[in-house]
Design a protein around this ligand. Structure first.
Ligand code: NAD
Length: 468
């Protein structure tokens, strides 16, 4: 496949300005929505074949969010794409100031496998909404979903506008040699570094949506019943293969027995047995072996069963885990939940702060001081108080990591901004210009200027405004 040819043709289309037209962008979004709607069953069948993910799960946690994003842009795009008038500082008077939202050009979107529709379609939707052309490379691991995405998109859109590339590392390495206007990558921090390095060679800006170990904390003030229910759901959804899943649990020692008991009850109620409709398998044998390799059998207090044939791992809780254990050294990305206890809240916050900045953090508490401390002291991508995962569902919250868990963000308006350039434009009148900035720079002029600046400062007008 000649990626360069597709890339050049996308560049040509972009430079023809066709994709920048807002009505054209909206028509594309409508068309994409119809294609997804008309083919929902094909999407469900493909993902079930790949890792036994049910239609309900796929709708709830992928397609409903995709529809939501499409609807957000269909409703808000006219407003978002309008140049925004902003205040004009004193030094620029008389004049007007605007931010123009410029499409960037040719985008490359690289997806991860765990939510294969969500993680390719939402960036694609933002890219279309912002007026770009786009090449999309879904993960090759769920191969049926990768095929269905290319089968639905490639025949329905011209390749010089939107094109889905099928392939793995070899193809991605080739793709990364081209000079896009932005790369949007979702995946591991390890591959994120490869992408960033390749992008740097061409000075291509990136959004990196990465992973890591996201903590969940439960203090003695929490509603334990609620905490148990929401932790179990967030951890074991998609077989634990969720980037923002609580990776490990930190629970205040005095409430640990009760919380563990409640979590076990919730797990039994839900029935996560092998073949259960609502429980997802592990993506492949390599990950199956890797996850089981992290488990110290002597620590299992719930679960532990697995089936190599169906790539099933039972939801498993490990107790009395220490920070030094293997399971605490890497992102688990599977249905294994290590539990560590604490007596000093400040100490565990400090422990989190000393590690890599997590993609998500969750705190179950009724205590305002505990909540404020977490939010003030700990840097993390996003999260919830008294819930798990749900922050990802809002169009009004930016979704992204920080430090090792990512660069940049998207969803709703934030996605639009990530795929646009904010072009600052000052429009001056042809009259009424002060003479200060033009030479000759005399002492007399300087004295007068300082006097004016000083009196303006007295009235609270910031210095840089007038110096600019
Ligand atoms: P991955 O990094 O292995 O793969 C992601 C993409 O990169 C795939 O499309 C793959 O084909 C490509 N790729 C893999 N190796 C490559 C290489 N050497 N050179 C070039 N391209 C390469 O990630 P994954 O296994 O698909 O997903 C799991 C990781 O992604 C976890 O760390 C998880 O936390 C993270 N993740 C993050 C988010 C988020 O929104 N922040 C969402 C989902 C997953």
């Amino acid at each position: 496949m000649d990626f360069n040819k597709i890339f050049q043709s996308q560049k040509e289309l972009f430079n023809s300005h066709q994709t920048k037209d807002v009505a054209f962008r909206k028509e594309t979004l409508k068309k994409l929505k119809k294609i997804i709607k008309d083919n929902e069953n094909r999407l469900y069948e493909a993902i079930y074949k790949d890792f036994r993910k049910s239609a309900f799960d796929t709708f709830l946690n992928e397609l409903s969010l995709v529809y939501n994003e499409l609807d957000f842009f269909l409703t808000n795009l006219d407003r978002l794409a309008q140049p925004k008038r902003v205040k004009t500082t004193l030094s620029l008077q008389p004049g007007k100031s605007h931010i123009y939202y410029d499409p960037l050009g040719v985008m490359l979107v690289i997806g991860a496998w765990n939510y294969p529709y969500l993680l390719t379609l939402i960036p694609l939707i933002s890219s279309i909404a912002a007026g770009n052309t786009c090449m999309v490379k879904p993960s090759e691991l769920p191969e049926n979903t990768m095929h269905v995405l290319s089968e639905l998109i490639n025949p329905n859109f011209p390749s010089n506008y939107i094109y889905v590339v099928e392939g793995g590392i070899t193809e991605t390495t080739e793709l990364l040699k081209l000079r896009y206007d932005k790369i949007f990558f979702t995946g591991s921090p390890k591959v994120g570094k490869i992408v960033y390095e390749a992008a740097a060679k061409n000075l291509v800006p990136v959004v990196l949506e990465l992973g890591g170990k996201s903590p969940a904390i439960v203090t003695r003030t929490a509603n334990l019943e609620v905490a148990a229910k929401r932790l179990i759901w967030g951890k074991f959804l998609n077989g634990g293969q969720t980037c923002i899943a609580p990776d490990y649990l930190l629970v205040e020692e005095s409430v640990k027995p009760e919380l563990l008991q409640l979590m076990k009850e919730k797990l039994k109620e839900i029935n996560y047995s092998d073949g259960a409709e609502h429980y997802t398998s592990i993506i492949n044998k390599r990950n199956f072996d890797r996850i089981l390799g992290l488990v110290d059998k002597s620590q299992i207090v719930y679960g532990g069963a697995s089936n190599e044939k169906t790539l099933y791992i039972e939801p498993t809780i490990l107790d009395n885990v220490s920070w030094e254990d293997a399971v605490m050294q890497e992102e688990i990305f599977g249905p294994v939940f290590p539990v560590l206890s604490f007596t000093d809240y400040d100490e565990i916050l400090q422990k989190i702060i000393e590690g890599e900045k997590p993609l998500a953090a969750y705190l179950f508490t009724k205590n305002k001081e505990e909540k404020d401390k977490l939010l003030k002291l700990v840097s993390f991508g996003g999260g919830c108080i008294n819930d798990t995962l749900m922050h990802i569902t809002s169009d009004y919250l930016p979704f992204g990591g920080i430090g090792n868990s990512g660069i940049g963000n998207y969803h709703g308006e934030f996605g639009f901004l990530s795929f646009s350039h904010q072009k600052s434009v000052v429009e001056k009148t042809n009259w009424g210009e002060p003479n200060w900035k033009y030479p000759p720079y005399t002492n007399k002029k300087m004295k007068r200027l300082k006097k004016i600046l000083f009196s303006l400062l007295l009235y609270g007008i910031p210095l840089p405004m007038i110096l600019l």
